[in-house]
Design a protein around this ligand. Structure first.
Ligand SMILES: [Fe+2]
Length: 204
């Protein structure tokens, strides 16, 4: 059997031919190169087979982004919103069905925490995508970016909405089900982004 390496995410596939689509990052077949077993370099029919590092930019920005990537700042930071979002959504659901003001308020503050964490999460995600995956725009990365945007827009909308309509949990309020739906969107967006992130980290 032959080993093939994905140039985008470094996933190793074993088989006579490379997979049509990388199961980890969804890169196409053309992004796979054959791995030589005897200590030689990978082969890719003449094309240079390593991901070309962009010439490092000198200065504080480069130092910062290198450090963030080296120490896995994105997976670390993303656990803050991803840990809080399910709680915020569960609180909203209970608040809606039990007409509970306290849980609604708790959800609001949790969503503020989500919103405050997002600049770091989105920035470190962008940096890691650029540095580790060369900014590859495969289907999985596009989905991940869209999910990040959904979480940002949803959490911003929910915080602003609650600020102007704190009685939204009450059964007499118009738009309450839309408010709940936006919460679900936020949760699903974070879940899908986390699922793809897990594939990229664990390569399975
Ligand atoms: Fe890949």
């Amino acid at each position: 059997m032959v080993k093939w390496r994905c140039l985008i995410c470094q996933y190793i596939h074993v088989g006579d031919t490379p997979p049509d689509i990388c199961p980890v990052c969804s890169a196409g077949k053309d992004k796979f190169v054959r791995v030589e077993e005897e200590g030689g370099n990978d082969s890719d029919s003449g094309e240079k087979n390593t991901i070309k590092e962009k010439s490092p930019r000198k200065g504080l920005y480069s130092l910062l982004t290198d450090t963030l990537t080296k120490h896995h700042a994105h997976p670390i930071s993303v656990h803050f919103p991803n840990g809080v979002i399910p709680i915020a959504v569960v609180f909203v659901i209970i608040a809606f069905f039990m007409n509970n003001r306290s849980l609604m308020e708790a959800s609001y503050y949790n969503t503020i925490v989500v919103l405050l964490s997002l600049p770091v999460v989105l920035f470190t995600g962008f940096v890691e995508w650029q540095k580790k995956y060369n900014g590859a725009l495969t289907k999985f990365f596009i989905i991940k970016i869209i999910c990040g945007i959904i979480v940002f827009i949803s959490s911003t909308g929910l915080v602003v909405w609650y600020y102007f309509q704190p009685e939204i949990f009450s059964s007499t309020q118009a738009g309450r089900w839309l408010y709940l739906l936006v919460n679900i969107f936020m949760l699903v967006g974070a879940g899908i982004a986390g699922f793809i992130g897990g594939k990229l980290v664990f390569k399975d």
